[in-house]
Design a protein. Structure first.
Length: 171
């Protein structure tokens, strides 16, 4: 497995690509208590600055936990492409109409009585530390490599894997 750390624009592009292709993550809060509290959340978007946006119920345990301690960890997995990502960062809750209007999705009507529902909130996660695991050639080529190694009895060098950190902040 090779290592490739990415910075700023390339890091944001990779973050956006991996998170939006997975779409669902395990959203973890209350990180100081074990076991950590995790629940599946659907990503609305990853913006051009690398922020990740979610729609959430303002009265949810997640929101209460964020209000107490805004450190969060997100785990994305796109099994079909063998892509994985871990994001540690800070979460911020928005209740203003303009942010709700901008980030609203009609799919959220399954949980809310429209965007005017007083329980609607928007969560923005700003990444502090992000790490990814990916394949250079895609899942099919990787699987063929493993199958060939298994049939031939030779070990795979796993050279088509790639991992690294994504630094989305300007330093």
């Amino acid at each position: 497995m090779s290592k490739e750390n990415l910075n700023q624009t390339k890091a944001i592009e990779k973050l956006k690509d991996l998170s939006e292709s997975a779409r669902i993550c395990m959203f973890c809060t209350d990180l100081s208590k074990l076991p950590i509290t995790a629940r599946p959340m659907s990503l609305q978007e990853t913006d051009k600055e690398g922020n990740l946006w979610f729609i959430s119920g303002d009265q949810s345990n997640k929101n209460f936990e964020i209000k107490d301690d805004n450190k969060v960890q997100l785990f994305f997995m796109n099994k079909s492409n063998s892509e994985y990502k871990s994001v540690f960062g800070k979460a911020f809750i928005y209740k203003d109409k303009s942010t709700i209007e901008e980030k609203w999705s009609p799919l959220a009507n399954a949980w809310f009585d429209g965007k005017e529902d007083p329980n609607v909130s928007i969560i923005r996660v700003t990444p502090d530390e992000t790490y990814y695991w990916d394949t250079k050639a895609g899942k099919l080529v990787t699987m063929l490599s493993f199958v060939t190694a298994a049939i031939s009895g030779k070990k795979t060098d796993n050279s088509d894997g790639i991992e690294g950190s994504l630094n989305v902040k300007n330093k």
